[in-house]
Design a protein around this ligand. Structure first.
Ligand SMILES: [Zn+2]
Ligand SMILES: [Zn+2]
Length: 369
């Protein structure tokens, strides 16, 4: 080995480097690239994923058993990690019994969408089995429920102060979160001449940054949350820093005084007419909820918040990939239970439009202002 020519020595240095670090680069690349839809680096990472184990075998056979074995072990670990992005449908839940709960939505009730921004991600980021090569726009959209007894905003999306609000979040979070801003909900409503005194409240699916950012733009409007979510906001973790830093918010805590609803154990009927019914769906946050909306024309919607980010989470019963789940869901077992409850609803009542908070397809049928 001492008399090796320079090109040969360089070849072995490069091969050993690829064998030892290639897999790690692929793993980090998978984490980063699933959150940013960029085709060329995805192809490079795929090529490296093939090259690295080959280099490891070549090093093992021709150069050093120890280094080759270490590189192979690293490649195996990364291969195992990558399988956590593969499809693995949860077992089919027991079928849901009973009819669609009755609702008497009043004439004049309407549902509109207020898109406030988008994160350019991939299907792989959203659910197991999603492709790294398939770009998905993860929308951040508020919904306006117009109701004669007072309008509701379901979440707020990104507000007027999102850029300064994001500085409250850790740098690691900001590296993988780079939203393209559209128009804050408050701007859209003001431009349309909307009478803000019509707003009965802001009904949060949960208190994460992208759902509460716009609360600051609606001073004085009550924010409707469960007791669990109210506690969660106060707990002090960075994940609710934006909610906590918004001054003068008037929280209105509601209970689930109603009985079972579509397989969920309890419910809260906001107007008492079945038009907007909230059920508990904890796991992604302690007080996460699903909001069922019934319109006078017979259409029904399920705003599932971040229970799933894309509808395949429910229709294909695919959880978020392991690494995403670990960072996004403090209680994955509860998320799984509620995912399956919702999957049973979707199977029994396919006419209910599923609206995961970040799935553009759920909002597609809703008019804009
Ligand atoms: Zn969330
Ligand atoms: Zn979200």
């Amino acid at each position: 080995m001492a008399h090796e020519s320079m090109p040969r020595r360089l070849f072995w240095i490069a091969t050993t480097l690829i064998a030892l670090t290639g897999a790690l680069v692929v793993a980090l690349g998978a984490i980063y690239l699933s959150g940013r839809a960029t085709a060329v680096p995805i192809r490079l990472a795929a090529a490296l994923a093939v090259l690295a184990p080959i280099a490891a075998v070549v090093v093992l056979v021709k150069r050093s058993r120890l280094i080759g074995a270490a590189a192979l072990a690293m490649n195996l670990a990364v291969a195992l990690f990558l399988t956590s992005y593969c499809s693995a449908p949860l077992p089919r839940p027991a079928p849901l019994d009973g009819p669609l709960p009755p609702a008497s939505p009043p004439a004049g009730m309407a549902l509109l969408q207020l898109p406030t921004g988008v994160n350019h991600r991939t299907a792989a980021f959203g659910y197991r089995g999603g492709a790294f090569s398939e770009p998905r726009e993860f929308v951040m959209t508020a919904a306006l429920v117009k109701h004669p007894r007072g309008d509701l905003l379901i979440d707020t999306g990104l507000g007027r102060t999102i850029e300064t609000q994001l500085l409250l979040m850790p740098r690691s979070f900001r590296i993988v979160t780079d939203p393209e801003l559209a128009r804050p909900a408050a701007d859209q409503l003001d431009a349309a001449g909307y009478d803000r005194t019509r707003l009965r409240g802001i009904l949060l699916t949960h208190a994460h940054w992208d759902h509460v950012s716009g609360v600051a733009d609606f001073p004085g409007v009550p924010v409707l949350v469960t007791a669990d979510e109210r506690r969660f906001i106060d707990q002090g973790n960075w994940i609710t820093a934006i909610a906590r830093s918004t001054p003068g918010v008037r929280y209105e805590v509601y209970d689930f005084e109603g009985g079972p609803y579509l397989g969920f154990p309890r419910s809260h009927d906001v107007f008492g007419d079945g038009s907007v019914v909230v059920v508990p769906a904890p796991g992604h946050t302690p007080g996460s909820v699903i909001v069922f909306v019934a319109l006078p024309d017979g259409r029904r919607f399920a705003f599932v918040g971040d229970l799933a980010w894309q509808r395949e989470g429910i229709t294909e019963r695919e959880e978020r990939p392991w690494i995403v789940r670990r960072s996004a869901d403090p209680d994955p077992a509860q998320v799984r239970d509620n995912l399956l409850r919702m999957a049973a609803v979707a199977e029994r009542f396919p006419q209910i439009t599923l609206v995961p908070a970040h799935d553009a397809r759920g909002f597609a049928g809703l008019p804009r202002l």
